[in-house]
Design a protein around this ligand. Structure first.
Ligand code: HEC
Length: 265
């Protein structure tokens, strides 16, 4: 599924949300529906002390598996691409500062018919997330300074090495659509791949012959069960050569959840 082809229902849910009195009053300062405005704006005001570093970490952990946001290097495709969504809103005249309210409203009251779960974040953490999205959505360039190192680059951990027939390849604990490493080595024979996953996002691990990269090449040699909290295991018998390990959850491999396994004689 391409990130841009969000269904009309998805697009219209945001259009409706943007026209709620709270969002409009906060953005334009129009003195209507004061009670709603106060309720809607107090959380936005609280966001002035927001910590965007914690916000980035929480966005990656709680939102990035479903949403693409270039600055956060997340590539989820279940929900709308937030750079594209807010680019459209900004072009239509939404003030950047009003993005906070839109994000907070969406997290507090997601569309009941949509795929976005309720109660993902609240309070200070939600304010932090909303502040980070506000400064990042459709913002050119890359995060710098402390923000740049707030989250480890996906797959950048030390290569996984098989020992005694066991090969540990953990899923990224930060919720990124990645394993901690995109490189692994093993010796030929029977190998049990273990994938601890503490992220809360559903993942598995599958193996395919050859260096397939981000797109599938043929039928997997084997695939583990899916887990969101726990350890998935996969036992395979491997000949020397190059293999690709990857997650079979929709969109995860394309988002970067794959790596290369080199099997030596
Ligand atoms: C399990 C997947 C999933 C997760 C996790 C998720 N979302 Fe969503 N999100 C969606 C879907 C699907 C939609 C579109 C349907 C809807 O409005 O509910 C959406 C819509 C949105 C929108 C409106 C965008 C638009 O174009 O209308 C925003 C903003 C948003 N999400 C922010 C967040 C934030 C912030 C988090 C983390 C706290 C988050 N989402 C976590 C799936 C998800």
């Amino acid at each position: 599924m391409s990130l841009t082809d969000a269904t009309p229902a998805v697009r219209s849910s945001r259009q409706v949300r943007l026209r709620t009195p709270a969002a409009r009053t906060c953005a334009g300062g129009v003195l209507v529906a004061l009670a709603i405005a106060l309720a809607g704006c107090s959380s936005i005001k609280g966001g002035d002390n927001a910590n965007v570093i914690l916000g980035k970490q929480a966005f990656v952990a709680k939102c990035g598996s479903c949403h693409t946001l270039a600055r956060a290097e997340t590539k989820g495709s279940v929900g709308p691409n937030l750079d594209e969504a807010f680019r459209a809103d900004l072009a239509e005249g939404l003030q950047r500062s009003a993005i906070r309210g839109v994000v907070e409203d969406q997290v507090k009251i997601p569309n009941p018919e949509g795929a976005m779960p309720k109660d993902l974040a609240s309070g200070a953490i939600l304010a932090d997330i909303a502040a980070y999205v506000t400064q990042s959505a459709d913002a050119p360039g890359k995060d710098t300074g402390l923000l740049a190192t707030a989250v480890q680059a996906p797959g950048a951990g030390k290569p996984a090495v098989e020992a005694g027939g066991k090969l540990p390849i953990p899923a990224s604990p930060s919720g990124q659509l990645a394993y901690v490493t995109n490189k692994a080595t093993a010796t030929a024979g029977s190998v049990t791949i273990e994938m601890p996953n503490m992220s809360g996002v559903m993942h598995n691990i599958a193996i395919e012959a050859g260096e397939g990269g981000a797109t599938a090449k043929g039928t997997p040699i084997g695939a583990s069960q899916f887990v969101s909290k726990g350890t998935a295991t996969l036992k395979v018998s491997l000949k020397p050569g190059a293999y690709t390990f990857f997650c079979q959850a929709p969109g995860h491999r394309a988002a970067g959840m794959w790596g290369t396994l080199t099997v030596k004689p």
